[in-house]
Design a protein around this ligand. Sequence first.
Ligand code: OXD
Ligand code: MN
Length: 604
Amino acid sequence: MTPNSSEANTMTKSRALADWVTEAARLTQPDRIVWCDGSEEENERLTREALAAGTLIKLNQEKRPGCYLHRSNPNDVARTEQLTFICTPTKDEAGPTNNWMAPDEAYGKLRGWLKGSMRGRTMYVIPYVLGPVGSHFAKVGVELTDSVYVALNMRIMTRMGKAALEMLDDSDDFGRGLHCTLDLDPERKLICHFPQDNTVWSVGSGYGGNALLSKKCFALRIASWAGRTEGWLAEHMLIVGIQNPKGETTYVAAAFPSACGKTNLAMLTPPPSMLEKGWRVFTVGDDIAWLRVGPDGRLWAINPEAGYFGVAPGTSARSNLNAMRMLEHDSIFTNVAMAPDGDVWWEGMDVDPADGMLDWQGRSWDPKSGQKAAHPNSRFTTPMKNNPVLSPEADNRNGVPISVIIFGGRRATTMPLVLESYDWTHGVYMGATMGSETTAAATGAVGVVRRDPMAMLPFCGYNMGDYWAHWLKMRSAIKKPPRIFMVNWFRKNEKGHFLWPGYGENLRVLKWMLDRIDGKANALDTPVGRVPRPEDLDLTGLHVSPEHLREALAVNPKEWNAELHSAGEFFTQIGSTVPEELRHRHAEMLDALNGNGARRHAQA
Ligand code: OXD
Ligand code: MN
């Protein structure tokens, strides 16, 4: 059957959209084109089709109603950063941290691969809104894909279907995402971004971060580019509301690299002593924040997504009870293990594995084999409305006002539990130089420290130095800037033991930040930032040895000399676009650390 453009005309008032779908269909030659409307009926139909094709496996519907398992191709389990390209006219626009390809070359190569690639397949047309529908933050995108798994996930992750076409109306202003699974041949896999065309073409991978184009591709890479042009920020940040016992809520945005506990922090359960006093935590978002200066001069944020694509291993009643609850229904699991009764299982779930478990590839699993049952980057996709602590503001068109920005990484040494910046520039410096040990969310070695500025290394759609300059420039537009902090929940002692219990206890660190803003808590000035002394933290009901706490909070000059040296090398690697202000601040810190003159910067 030839693609039917008259159907398109009845679905959308946008000539540009209808034409683009026709053009993509002419190239890829699908047997059928299905326009997704986001309805429940459609969800049931697509689920049935996915079950029939073996793309989804039904889980135990009594234990987990509406839940399904997907097993991916074993060599398609994580983002492939080495195959992800920013295709700007010049290499400098993409900068030294991105792979670059000239737009003509990328389009040409992919067009060759895409020719006839959907023959025998269905092309799903998936219109979606990033952000609350009708919000001035919101943007419309459309993804064309040959994957029913992608269609079902997009329904969870975004406001998908009719609402998006209504918002688009007859406009041509929408993100154009073309995704084709192809044959998963690693030699024919590329994720190419064309920021000037508001376009992403992703070929050869079905993995979430490569294939759910709304997420990393549009809401971060393309949006960061748009944010720079339009004067706002698209960030790899969770957004969380902290309600104090008086009922006042303060909003915090926090950037951590992939698989460092963003979802856990976004859904944190307060420790019993704080819960008793009336502390509460509410999730606005767990992965991405779009931030704009509001009419009141504060920085306001929305979560562009409508669901969570979280890492399953390590998620347990202890680490994230709210996540365990939201995963009880209407969720898609990818590459987790399956118990004989049709339930899911993963390492770190704090539940003993049943006998007769199947591993993530569907093979019978021997617990003694030393092999993982669930893939370390196995995932759940679940709608935000499943979250028992979803913020009542999660759908607010105006977003929420941000008082605190946190940068964080996974560092075994050097970085104290928390470090407060002296001012915006120092905070931007902290973000720009942050490092973290690599995790399983991307292919490659795990556990190596890499610089991951603002947790955006794999997600910034343009030159990293220009991105830092944009952050610095934002300061002049924000009348009441959020205060910036750095955290590290993962510091270890010489024996390799974690120095801080983490999880819910992290709320104590957040409380210190809020008290700092209110002028209620003290801190110690160090050459690299302010740290709490043990007595500055509220530790009621927490048993942590004074020795461990001292080590967790320590700023060790020897470690910091090495840290600054390595940050300096990173600046050299970024090159001439590094803003002078950051270089200057770097030199000042080195001086201060080595006792050469007093610190010269101003108070926040
Ligand atoms: C994610 C990631 O999936 O950061 O959120 O990799
Ligand atoms: Mn992420």
